[in-house]
Design a protein around this ligand. Structure first.
Ligand code: MG
Length: 443
């Protein structure tokens, strides 16, 4: 059977993710949710409108009522699910992928995105979905009020008075994505001075590639010190991921943003931290400081949200800069998390805050391997860990925790690679760990 769902929805270039697929998937999604109200949103990609129309047609045909947000950031659509008592959401986005890509992300009524496993259940319904009777097709409404509701929710998790007093100066790199719908108004209303970069929504991403890597946000790195700003903020195309630039123009990698946000959150209210097995030890350091537990999950946003749904977590996040604050939703949200950090600038500068987060260096490598070889490599790693009585986690690949750092060997779910990733206090030490365990895993 054809498989469409990956770790976070259906993703591909327009020759594969086309209106025909969108229509048949949407009918299956509507059937999976057993009708009800479904929120639909899209990012600013050129293929978004045609895919949206196909998705809306499919959902309505099987009897779902559609609430269409038009172009909106993913976290905003995910936040509205609860508010609107919707059965779920369908978001047409390819996140940070190049412009020729698009995707269909499915989120359930709790705000948990549908994993590969649950996607399989939707795929089984494809082609077996009957249209509703002529007088039972779903309704359609455009929702224009969503921005204010979302902004109010974010404002409730910070103390706007603190921000207004400090009046931080921010450079916002919207990356031609959907960030410009929320970020400028949110931070201005919170009392910040705002400088905008790449603020026009453009599905060709003319300003910079959509993924906020250090290489891709060079302009922001320069602009922050040039503007004498306190912080630079860069989102991916659908705003579930975010990275920062400190006042000196230094890039702040996603898992340090996550660790800082966790620190700020935990000093207010204790609770577990939920994260994936690929996240920096800095998270464990923060957890130790506040005496809370780290709960590890498989890599992929749906697994994080599923674990958050079990409760008792104060914050969730992943290493690329996706942070979940359960007060807002169970989905990664690149605005609420940053609002917490902007609030903290009233106490000290961003670089000062970051000094409280232990720094680690990491190295990565990809080993080409087919399906059979992938299993063998990961199996060897587990055998090595057991034989040498090392502490390891086998939720997703094998992560071995060492005194001087940690290393993970993991099969890629989408490509013919095994990924190996090591972290330690220094780059040299991380390299040594990587080489040693690569040898062990290759047998
Ligand atoms: Mg994204």
């Amino acid at each position: 059977m054809a498989r469409y769902f990956g770790t976070n929805g259906v993703r591909g270039t327009f020759d594969k993710v086309n209106p025909e697929l969108a229509l048949s998937l949407a009918k299956a999604i509507g059937t999976y949710f057993k009708k009800g109200r479904i929120i639909v949103a899209r990012d600013g990609r050129l293929t978004g409108e045609t895919l949206r129309d196909a998705v809306v047609a499919g959902l309505m045909a099987v009897g779902c009522d559609v609430i269409d947000l038009g172009v909106a950031p993913s976290p905003v659509a995910e936040f509205l699910i609860k508010k609107e008592k919707a059965a779920g959401a369908v978001i047409i986005t390819a996140s940070h992928n190049p412009p020729e890509y698009n995707g269909i992300k499915v989120v359930d009524g709790k705000g948990v995105s549908v994993s590969r496993e649950r996607g399989g259940e939707i795929e089984k319904l494809m082609g077996e979905t009957a249209n509703a009777e002529w007088n039972r097709v779903g309704g359609f409404c455009k929702c224009g009020e969503f921005i204010k509701e979302y902004l109010d929710a974010v404002k409730r998790i910070v103390e706007p008075g603190k921000i207004r007093k400090r009046k931080p100066r921010l450079v916002l790199d919207c990356g031609n994505g959907t960030a410009s719908i929320i970020a400028p108004v949110l931070f201005r209303e919170l009392g910040c001075e705002v400088v905008l970069l790449n603020e026009e929504i453009d599905g060709r991403f003319p300003g910079r590639p959509s993924e906020p890597t250090k290489e891709n946000i060079k302009e922001l790195l320069k602009r922050v010190p040039a503007e004498k700003a306190d912080v630079g903020i860069a989102w991916d195309g659908d705003c579930d991921r975010v990275v920062l630039v400190d006042e000196k123009g230094e890039y702040v990698i996603g898992d340090r943003v996550f660790a800082l946000c966790a620190l700020l959150k935990l000093r207010e209210k204790k609770g577990d931290i939920v994260t994936t097995v690929a996240t920096s030890r800095a998270i464990e350091d923060v957890a130790k400081k506040y005496g809370v537990k780290v709960r590890y999950t498989q890599i992929g946003a749906p697994y994080l949200s599923e674990e958050m749904a079990k409760g008792k977590a104060a914050i969730g996040g992943e290493e690329v800069g996706g942070i979940i604050l359960p007060e807002i939703s169970l989905a990664k949200d690149g605005f609420s998390s940053i609002a917490k950090i902007v609030e903290a600038l009233s106490e000290k500068k961003l670089s000062g805050w970051l000094r409280e987060i232990p720094a680690y260096a990491n190295v990565k490598e990809k080993i080409p391997a087919d399906e059979k070889h992938k299993k063998e490599i990961v199996g060897e790693m587990e055998k090595y860990a057991k034989e040498n009585k090392l502490e390891f986690i086998d939720i997703d690949g094998v992560r071995i925790n060492l005194d001087e750092g940690w290393v993970i060997v993991r099969a890629s779910g989408t490509e013919d690679y095994v990924r190996i990733f090591a972290e330690a206090k220094t780059e040299e030490k991380a390299k040594q760990i990587l080489e040693k365990y690569k040898k062990a895993a290759l047998g």
